[in-house]
Design a protein. Structure first.
Length: 499
């Protein structure tokens, strides 16, 4: 009964006019940036962070969450119609979705992508609602040493599961932690790593870093892609499934939802790994193995259900433990901190309207997305024809205005430019930026819990091994590093993330 009463409270929050509007805007923006190849939710959320400063915390997070899971829906459109995944997790969808479009089945492919995502989103949101309070009660028993070890495990797992070389991912993670420590030490008042630059005394701004590293850098990379200007040529026929197609997709949707709900909780590339895992599973057990790669509808239903389920359940570690499972969740942590809210196990008690309102808005947003994706598919097709050389200047102008408006300080614009160049450079040398962002967010929190643990233990570092929870988490981190060093496991991870 507590769950039902809490959900009723959440719907009373989410159904206010302001929050409904934010949910609709987030769903529309998420679908649009999912449709546009190469932009992605990380870049969009980082660019739109300044818009949330005038909103309430609940409204802001509802809108940002809508952008995230809306992008999982929209990313399937270009994957199916143009073989250009709008999102990393939609790469797998393109394998059979584009072949279905070439075979004259673009309509059914788009329909099952939207309906499978809707079902997976609804089921995984129920999992978030049911498991949130339980995990929160467990997390309340954690001490400072346990929290440090938990965050350390999150950093390690996100690094080893990210795309690319593990050593480079860990190096980026360490760099992110270092950048997060720039500024004035809260306890001693001493400035650290500021190089006598007064503007750095308060630390590096989260929004300028995120907007530069992900937003502007993504635009620079997209300018190198002439295929961004290609016009859509695929014609769309019926937008519904036959009776035989319904029979073929029920099992893949259910299995994809279960797999995605589990994998999405893991730090790292949850949506990408879950979509690849669901596709691989279906390819092995399906009666239509011979159709995979040639236009199998199962090859669209399973990964689309999995990646949307993973997008929803990735909120579980964020809302209950304060640990971001991926780069988007790291942006969510930054947005919460900007709003003056500390993510963690006490957030449900301290911010019940935010927690339950966000969960209720996920169901509302999923319903909105079905309405947006099926009847309005023609509008998204026309959006694909907008020349990119007309789109990116507008994005850059609004980006500069948004960064400057944070503190009315031109220094933030220069910081954005520096991180944009760094983000572009990192993409060229194969260094994934997501571990850096997660390290940047978790670094200051880790330092705080490390100091508390050492203070309570009177300087004895063995406290991290003497506490059972902390020792177990550190052991898991060690296992993750050792396992990823094994050639067979590393090759399997690379194949999964590469699609």
């Amino acid at each position: 009964m507590d769950l039902l009463s809490n959900l009723a409270f959440g719907f009373s929050v989410a159904l206010t006019l302001q929050n409904l509007g934010a949910c609709l805007i987030g769903a529309l923006l998420g679908t649009a940036i999912g449709v546009l190849p190469g932009i992605g939710p990380v870049a969009t959320i980082s660019l739109l962070l300044p818009l949330t400063f005038g909103m309430s915390s609940t409204t802001a997070i509802i809108m940002l969450a809508g952008i995230y899971y809306g992008a999982q829906y929209g990313g399937s459109t270009t994957s199916i119609l143009m073989n250009l995944p709008g999102e990393v997790s939609s790469v797998i969808t393109a394998l059979d979705g584009y072949q279905m479009a070439r075979n004259g089945q673009a309509g059914p492919a788009l329909a099952i992508a939207a309906l499978g995502s809707f079902f997976a989103g609804c089921v995984s949101t129920l999992l978030v609602a049911a498991s949130g309070p339980l995990l929160t009660s467990i997390a309340l028993s954690f001490g400072p040493a346990d929290y440090f070890s938990l965050m350390f495990l999150g950093l390690i797992v996100s690094a080893v599961l990210s795309e690319g070389n593990v050593v480079k991912s860990i190096a980026m993670m360490v760099a992110g932690v270092g950048l997060g420590l720039v500024g004035t030490d809260v306890q001693t008042g001493q400035q650290r790593f500021t190089f006598n630059i007064p503007e750095l005394s308060d630390g590096i701004g989260f929004a300028p870093m995120a907007m530069g590293m992900f937003g502007v850098a993504e635009i620079i990379r997209n300018l190198e892609m002439p295929e961004m200007r290609d016009a859509l040529k695929t014609r769309i026929s019926r937008l519904w499934l036959t009776k035989e197609e319904w029979k073929r997709v029920v099992g893949p949707v259910l299995r994809g939802t279960m797999l995605g709900s589990i994998v999405g909780i893991l730090p790292g590339g949850g949506a990408a790994l879950s979509s690849m895992g669901a596709y691989t599973l279906e390819r092995r057990i399906s009666r239509n193995k011979h159709l995979f790669g040639k236009g199998a509808i199962e090859g669209v239903a399973a990964p689309e259900s999995a990646n949307n389920a993973a997008a929803q359940t990735s909120f579980i570690p964020l809302l209950t433990l304060g640990i971001p499972a991926n780069a988007v969740m790291a942006l969510m942590v930054g947005a919460l901190i900007i709003q003056g809210i500390q993510p963690g196990p006490r957030m449900i008690e301290a911010q019940p309207a935010l927690f339950w309102g966000l969960i209720a808005s996920m169901w509302i947003g999923n319903l909105m997305l079905v309405i947006i994706n099926l009847p309005l598919i023609g509008m998204w097709v026309r959006l694909l024809k907008v020349p990119y050389d007309l789109m990116y200047p507008s994005i850059l102008v609004f980006c500069a205005i948004g960064v400057y408006s944070l503190n009315n300080n031109s220094f933030d614009v220069f910081v954005t430019v520096v991180f944009a160049l760094l983000g572009y450079l990192f993409s060229k040398i194969g260094c994934p930026p997501a571990p850096m962002l997660i390290g940047f967010v978790l670094g200051p929190m880790m330092e705080e819990h490390l100091r508390r643990a050492m203070l309570l233990s009177r300087g004895d570092p063995m406290v991290f091994l003497q506490r059972p929870i902390s020792a177990t988490l550190l052991a898991l981190a060690l296992v993750a590093v050792v396992a990823m060093a094994l050639p067979s496991i590393r090759r399997g991870k690379d194949r999964a993330l590469a699609g």
